[in-house]
Ligand binder design. Structure first.
Ligand SMILES: Nc1ncnc2c1ncn2[C@@H]1O[C@H](COP(=O)(O)OP(=O)(O)O)[C@@H](O)[C@H]1O
Ligand SMILES: [Mg+2]
Length: 400
């Protein structure tokens, strides 16, 4: 192999690797076309995506376009790109003016003259996701080697495109986007009202505080959401250590104390004697107890009682957080630990995201523990966390 070819292959490997390093579709497509233009030694490169369900092709990104204005231009299936989709084969056309399949629509919209085209299908194992086209070979015509290079890049690109699509379609992301809409909607309408000249000082204050509250909720939501998605994907490391559970619980209660005072709650805590040490990830367990305590504050009645208990039962330690709040109706019990779930009517009592208990459950279960709820409407709720006590750190490390 000549040095030049070797260099091209080296560059191809580099580009293929770079291409796949983003999950944002627009950024990804731009990287692909830039890489395709370079590797095929062309004047420009474009991507068309194929929408299987609609059986339609859309012009999506191009190196000779700065604005995303063009994105989504529909390209007929009897075009060059359409031929590539239907035949799942690459196609070289050295002179497009002689080819009846050439679709002038893109050229017209982009003000760009195509002379030659090398197009390859973007295929994953079981799907054709689109077409990658190199346009106007800088010197001479497109070669076998160009075609091969673009196919290799295209294979990487197809997988990366499919990954971003799967990512966007994941339940978690679509739920998140859905949930973000509510606070964004409130902020939007509040700012709209703020801009009206006739509002009173009082209304003005109210709008500002709505915006502030909703912005805080958005920020909490994104943090919790990231926590949860990391936990779910297994990308979080649990670092086990020996923990004095009593101390940890006191630490958590201290953190929550000012909010208890604010709601004039009575706090009851009778520290157990000889509670065995447990082994676990201290920060994560802290998150568990803080979440449960904050719920017991938020969803309590003013001047109610918050009780914290700990002890051992059947070879496990348990921690109970008990409140005297409105309780949870039976029909909601099954959904409590689902992402974004909030008991109907809860929005009026306190701000929340509905992600806390999902995070709690995930962390407890990673510790081989269990969480249980008991509740009576009108009386209150008890959340109990059970954790195995293992004195040996090595054993915990093996399972955490
Ligand atoms: N101690 C509790 N008493 C009554 N309802 C509760 C309690 N803890 C949680 N809930 C209900 O479960 C829902 C989910 O809890 P969580 O995931 O922590 O969300 P958040 O605290 O953000 O509202 C809450 O919105 C609330 O409806
Ligand atoms: Mg909560």
């Amino acid at each position: 192999m000549s040095d030049k070819i070797l260099d091209r292959y080296r560059r191809l490997v580099e580009l293929s690797r770079d291409v796949a390093s983003t999950l944002e579709l627009d950024a990804l497509l731009n990287r692909i076309v830039t890489a395709a233009k370079e590797i095929s030694e062309s004047e420009a490169a474009s991507i068309l995506l194929y929408e299987e369900s609609l059986k339609q092709l859309f012009f999506q990104a191009s190196t000779n376009l700065d604005s995303p204005m063009m994105g989504g231009l529909r390209v007929p299936l009897d075009s060059i790109a359409g031929w590539i989709i239907n035949n799942k084969k690459p196609l070289v056309i050295q002179d497009v003016s002689q080819d009846s399949r050439f679709f002038g629509g893109v050229a017209k919209a982009t003000n760009f003259q195509s002379r030659s085209i090398l197009g390859v299908p973007l295929m994953t194992k079981n799907k054709t996701v689109g077409v990658l086209e190199a346009i106007n070979k800088l010197e001479g015509g497109y070669t076998e080697e160009d075609q091969e290079m673009l196919m290799v890049l295209g294979a990487q690109a197809a997988i990366a495109i499919e990954n971003t699509r799967l990512f966007l379609q994941s339940d978690l992301i679509s739920e998140m986007v859905h949930e973000l809409r509510t606070p964004l909607g409130s902020i939007n309408s509040a700012t709209y009202l703020l801009l009206r000249p006739e509002i009173s000082a009082e209304q003005y204050q109210k709008m500002v505080s709505i915006i502030q509250g909703e912005a805080r909720r958005l920020s909490e939501m994104t943090t919790s959401f990231l926590d949860l998605s990391r936990l779910e994907s297994g990308r979080v490391q649990f670092i086990p250590e020996e923990i004095n559970l009593t101390n940890l619980l006191v630490e958590c209660a201290n953190i929550t104390f000012s909010s208890m005072v604010e709601r004039q709650l009575q706090f009851e805590w009778d520290p157990p004697k000889n509670l065995p040490h447990i082994v676990g990830d201290k920060d994560k367990l802290k998150q568990v107890f803080l979440n449960l305590l904050s719920n017991a504050v938020k969803y309590n009645t003013s001047k109610g009682t918050l009780t914290m208990k700990a002890g051992t039962r059947d070879g496990r330690v348990f921690v109970s957080i008990i409140d005297t709040g409105p309780g949870i109706p039976k029909e909601s019990m099954g959904s409590l630990f689902k992402k974004f779930y909030r008991v109907p009517g809860t929005e009026k009592l306190a701000q929340g995201t509905g992600l806390g208990l999902s995070i709690v459950k995930k962390i407890v279960e990673t510790h081989q523990g269990e969480i249980k709820v008991k509740s009576k409407v009108g009386e209150g709720t008890t959340f109990t966390v059970y954790l195995p006590f293992r004195r040996e750190k090595a054993k915990a490390e093996a399972t955490l």
